[in-house]
Design a protein around this ligand. Sequence first.
Ligand SMILES: Cc1cc2nc3c(=O)[nH]c(=O)nc-3n(C[C@H](O)[C@H](O)[C@H](O)COP(=O)(O)OP(=O)(O)OC[C@H]3O[C@@H](n4cnc5c(N)ncnc54)[C@H](O)[C@@H]3O)c2cc1C
Length: 436
Amino acid sequence: MTEQIHDLIGIGFGPANISLAVALEELHPEISPLFLEARDTVVWQPEMLLDGSDIQNNPVRDLVTPRNPRSHYTFLNFLHEQGRLLEYLNLGLEFPLRKEYNQYITWVGSHFAERVRTSSPVTAVEFAALPDGTEGYRVTVAGGGTELARAVVVAHGRTPFVPAPFDAVESDRVIHLTRYKSTVERLAGELRTGRIAVVGASQSSVELTLDLARRFPQAEVVNLTRGFAHRLKDTSPFSEASIMPEFVDYYFHASQQSKDELDADLRFTNYSAVDMDVLRELHLMMYEQKLDGAQKVHVRNNSVVTAAAVAGDGVELVVRERHYGQEDRERFDLVVLATGFRNFGGGPGQEPHPPILSAVAGQLAHTERGAVAVSHDYLVSAADGREIPPLFLFNLNESSHGIADAGSFSLLSLRAETVARGAGKLLANSADEVSE
Ligand SMILES: Cc1cc2nc3c(=O)[nH]c(=O)nc-3n(C[C@H](O)[C@H](O)[C@H](O)COP(=O)(O)OP(=O)(O)OC[C@H]3O[C@@H](n4cnc5c(N)ncnc54)[C@H](O)[C@@H]3O)c2cc1C
């Protein structure tokens, strides 16, 4: 029997490819996609669905509104269909609860259930000669065989960044935040009166510190940060011009040196910086504990972890005071890393391409910095300039497209439009070749 050829395989079914599913349905219904999702359900960042946490984007910049405000799939229509629109508006929130936004994302995703295969983690993508004589891709799913496609869209989110010295520790007591909720639920008995470290100075680090303090009021929670202080997020509307389409064009065409300068200028709009509401909440919590003579939560600033090793059921860290050099050994029952994600490149904390592209990476073009080269329209090109079947990297491209490309929803629906239109055009061309 001839193997089925899918028009397009989307790898991952998080917000990016859900937004793409909507864009394809509305703009290119002739394309029949298959989405392969590693998890057993469609859910948004489930390990960080913390009580009380809110989203960090205008909710109207959702999976579709900036592209098509009249779509069925808008956040406002979701609220309307749930019968919650007026109740939600009555909350008067600038930013909705993350739990509510997750419900919106899964609601949109549920419309495409017949196009999604869950529990299907993709392990490899390779070039393949398709049964009709054209070139395409073979996509391998762990324990689930292979699938053929004319085009592939990789939108599986960025790889978590686990810095040294934690990367050498083999223990379930050192986890990246992408494993947070399931771990603390599993270890709740031990953590109740234990010691827990949160490493990092991001929005997530403060949310995690607060969540741990609420979950385990008898535990000691230590937030270790390199810098002098948690920094307030830059929410100036002038800085937020970085989430406008014009900025993407400006950044994409800038030199590498200018890109580095723009990254430095804009870093604190999204990274290593925290919203005022949770900063105040943490600060007040620590102050109240001081009044009560029961300090359980600490922010330990100017602190660099220089070594980490398994110690019984926990982890021992060597923590150096950054400016005076004093070193302390501290044992924790759990260390949670709020240390971010990898962008493409050859530098520290970066990776050249998505690991699932390893089999084809040698044939793909790379930049002077060692990052897989992605066009303005998110297409990857071959190293030798030959034509390859459409391969898109979607919502992964902060190195080439600027700060909002992976870390924000703001332009997601417009990026989805670019990918959908690109796929529509390229697949139409290849259909012409088959019929010639
Ligand atoms: C904790 C957290 C909170 C955030 N909050 C906000 C916010 O409030 N506002 C905002 O604008 N941005 C936020 N972001 C940034 C960004 O918008 C989100 O990361 C968003 O989830 C990105 O969507 P995505 O689909 O690209 O990736 P993801 O959400 O990571 O989804 C990728 C999907 O691919 C699946 N997958 C991964 N590997 C494979 C594989 N090999 N095979 C098959 N499937 C795979 C995953 O299971 C997942 O379902 C947040 C990021 C994080 C980490």
